[in-house]
Write a protein that binds this ligand. Structure first.
Ligand code: ZN
Length: 384
């Protein structure tokens, strides 16, 4: 069923961007499987994730891998000009291309990279009659630079077919708007809300529409009812992403959802245990999300999991601060992937080497659309 909303939004998209040759009413309904795309960490090595004996991810390796195809030999193949890092790797995954990003003006701690080619979210929403929240990106606790991963200022993109984004940054925008509208606080409380809202808006991509759709606003209202306004009650770090993802499955029911785990990256500050503990936390999150999918009508037996790191990490133990990933070393290019769910071969380890840019075409094949501008073709030998 195409709702009136979808129809209207689609018409606007066609009018504004010329991307859509037909009105959205002509789009078919989506009937394929759900895809949950898990970015496993802000850079992890094979040794601590998929290597038996040294893995800190028992669920991934021993429970989820037998349900699908493990690809231990995936790499970020592109060498020239590639930075092996978080936004870059995420955009490789989402566009199926290397170097398909532009810098929107970095500040000291924020690389504001946005895709210059269509992402999986846009392909999906262009191909099928779907609502914005059917394509969801779940981002980290306080990383507004990740807002740029679905930002649309460079011209190729259609604001009308992008992903909806859920993050604490988005919640704070919503919360402060609600506080101001309710006007229940004393003047200084309202002033603080105004200042926080202005600061949040200032960090958002230029031209960004920050008003959530009504169904997403209702999602955040329920979140606020459960966790309050202080930020002290809700889960933090990557556990927050797991909580948002599971609530999103129950309340928004996305068809394509990507979760950007990242806490492994605290290892930049030099403490190896931060890295291995974060891997264990992401593994726990993955276990909870798979369990939620297995328990939920519409997801049970109808969800393909695609788990892939954004980048690897250095393997040189002699470096002053080990586990970095910015120096283009071989290990920083070495990643892996795990794909499991209906239509995917079970209990297989793929011998062949594979390319991170193949993920987009593979997700497209699973969902039944074409990632037209992706460089690679879908992974062979994984469909049953
Ligand atoms: Zn990093």
């Amino acid at each position: 069923m195409v709702s009136r909303r979808t129809f209207t939004t689609g018409l606007a998209a066609g009018a504004v961007t010329g991307l859509l040759p037909h009105a959205a009413a002509a789009k078919p309904a989506y009937r394929g499987p759900n895809v949950i795309l898990v970015r496993f960490g802000g850079g992890v090595r094979r040794a601590e994730t998929i290597r038996p004996g040294s893995s800190f991810a028992p669920f991934l390796l021993h429970r989820l891998a037998p349900r699908g195809v493990l690809i231990p030999n995936m790499r970020i193949e592109q060498l020239d000009g590639v930075s092996t890092s978080h936004a870059e790797g995420t955009i490789n995954i989402l566009t199926g291309r290397y170097l398909a990003y532009a810098d929107r003006g970095s500040s000291l701690f924020e690389d504001r990279l946005e895709p210059t080619q269509p992402t999986l979210f846009e392909y999906l929403r262009e191909a099928f009659a779907l609502e914005p929240h059917d394509a969801l990106l779940i981002n980290g606790e306080d990383r507004p630079q990740e807002e740029y991963l679905v930002a649309g200022a460079t011209g190729h993109r259609s604001l009308a077919v992008r992903a909806e984004m859920l993050s604490l940054h988005r919640f704070k925008l919503h919360k402060n708007r609600r506080i101001l509208a309710e006007a229940k606080l004393e003047d200084d409380g309202l002033l603080r809300a105004r200042e926080e809202l202005d600061a949040l808006i200032a960090r958002a991509p230029p031209g960004e529409t920050l008003e959530p759709a009504p169904v997403v606003a209702a999602f955040w209202d329920r979140w606020r009812a459960d966790f309050g306004d202080t930020g002290l009650v809700n889960p933090r770090g990557d556990s927050l992403l797991t909580e948002i993802a599971i609530r999103a499955m129950r309340e928004l029911r996305p068809k394509l959802m990507m979760i950007n785990y990242q806490d492994t990256d605290y290892v930049h500050w030099g403490n190896a245990s931060h890295y291995t503990r974060a891997i264990a936390m992401i593994d726990k999150g993955l276990e909870q999300i798979v369990a939620a999918a297995d328990a939920e009508d519409g997801y049970r037996g109808n969800t393909v999991f695609v788990v892939v790191p954004d980048c690897g990490r250095d393997a040189n133990e002699l470096m002053e601060v080990p586990f970095q990933h910015h120096f283009g070393t071989r290990a920083a290019h070495e990643i892996w992937a795990l794909i499991a769910g209906p239509g995917i071969v079970r209990n297989r380890v793929l011998d062949a080497s594979a390319d991170q840019s193949a993920i987009a075409a593979t997700v497209a094949a699973v969902m039944g659309f074409k990632a037209k501008h992706a460089e690679s073709t879908a992974l062979a030998g994984i469909l049953s």
